[in-house]
Design a protein around this ligand. Structure first.
Ligand code: NAD
Ligand code: GLY
Length: 372
């Protein structure tokens, strides 16, 4: 069991990572001084699998309220949010109440947003149960919901009071979800730490076999990077934007396929490949590093094909995204493995030309065998 701290002054908190983080929840939660048992927000899939461990860990707080939401991205909606508010009012939650989210990024994002807004803000603890949520969404305080116009367009920064990342919960995760989370791990390593990239290259088979110590190492290292970045730039004024490496094209691919073809992490996998290939086209990165990361990304998991995705849909989505600025496109790009920069003046014409070619033939940008 390992602990890490996210240093944000009065909003600092601890991340507990390990195989029994849920059953040991009290050790981290008790010092927070809550006066009541939590309101657990979860979904049925996750609660049936892992709710028992959490309830064990929280026994000394007395009976918790359990509120289930639907399973899936479409439930990260204002309708679900209002159901949560009304349920919390029904059970007489007040400003001393606290929320504990048990689930993946969907549950964490909406439960965190409910916490940010209910009675002008109450405290919450994240217990993430997907790899993506353990390495990314549960840390850093971005919470929110989707609206029909786009994903994550309504939200807040509201830091959790603690994060309980129990890697044993990853044992029940479908393979595809594990792969999706691992693409975000590769992103974190690629932008920050060449040794972490080296570790992933060596240990990928053990990670894919879900060996507990390999998963624990991955979650700890990814959280260490995220904690450091968020501590320096909580509200994404500058440095935090590097966490969006692979997301400019990734988000556009998700939107262009109506969020049906790719898991978010898979779209980020493609987005990283595109950013790497584009970076080499611009002379920002050397062939060897591009090939090395391309190989690692392709070993993580198969990526759904880009077949049939036209430039128009991708371009419209990319231009609508938060990263588009008049005169130039903002994009996180690597200058070396472990070093990422925010380029604010990407020439739209150049990027568009590149994307036309990349969508038609991504394999052409990597040596035979580098991409599966
Ligand atoms: P998810 O929450 O939909 O979980 C994926 C699936 O796995 C769901 O069906 C869920 O019920 C199931 N599941 C969860 N834990 C399980 C377990 N241990 N065993 C078996 N099944 C389990 O998806 P996700 O990938 O965790 O999160 C995606 C969401 O995260 C998106 O809404 C995205 O916008 C958001 N996100 C937020 C941030 C942030 O900083 N806040 C960062 C990245 C992504
Ligand atoms: N997932 C990107 C961020 O938290 O900033």
């Amino acid at each position: 069991m390992k602990t890490l701290d996210v240093n944000l002054g009065a909003r600092s908190y601890t991340i507990l990572v390990g195989g029994r983080a849920l059953t040991r929840a009290a050790a981290v939660v008790e010092p927070l001084g809550f006066e009541t048992a939590p309101i657990i927000i979860t979904n049925r899939t996750v609660f049936e699998l892992h709710g028992g461990s959490l309830l064990d860990g929280l026994k000394r707080f007395g009976p918790s309220a359990i509120v289930e939401i639907g399973d899936g991205e479409r439930f990260k909606s204002h309708q679900t949010l209002f159901k949560l508010y009304r349920e919390m009012l029904r059970i007489r939650a007040d400003r001393r109440s606290w929320i504990l989210s048990l689930g993946g990024g969907v549950v964490g994002d909406i439960a965190g947003f409910a916490a940010a807004t209910f009675m002008r803000g109450i405290r919450f603890v994240n217990a993430p149960t997907t790899l993506l949520a353990q390495v990314d969404s549960s840390v850093g305080g971005k919470v929110g919901i989707n609206v029909p116009e786009g994903k994550n367009l309504v939200g807040a920064f509201h830091q959790p009071s603690a994060v309980l990342s129990d890697v044993s919960t990853l044992g029940t995760l479908p393979d595809r979800e594990l792969g999706a989370g691992l693409f975000e791990v590769v992103k974190t390593a690629a932008i920050w730490s060449e040794p972490f990239v080296g570790y992933l290259e060596r240990s990928l088979p053990r990670i894919l076999e879900r060996k507990a110590n390999a998963l624990e190492h991955v979650v700890v290292e990814a959280c260490r990077v995220k904690a450091e970045v968020v501590s320096k730039d909580e509200r994404e004024q500058s440095l935090r934007m590097i966490l969006n490496f692979g997301h400019t094209v990734g988000h556009a691919l998700e939107a262009a396929t109506a969020y049906r073809r790719f898991k978010h992490g898979e779209a980020v996998g493609w987005g990283m490949l595109a950013a790497l290939a584009f970076g080499r086209t611009l002379g920002r990165m050397d062939d060897r590093s591009v090939a090395r990361l391309g190989r690692l990304i392709s070993r993580v998991a198969p990526l759904p094909s880009l077949r049939g995705i036209g430039i128009e849909g991708v371009w419209t989505a990319l231009c609508r995204d938060k990263k588009f600025r008049s005169g130039g496109i903002r994009m996180a790009m690597l200058s070396a493995i472990g070093r990422c920069e925010i380029v604010t003046d990407v020439d739209p014409d150049e990027l568009r030309r590149f994307l036309v070619s990349f969508l038609a033939s991504p394999g052409a940008y990597f040596a035979p065998g580098d991409l599966r």
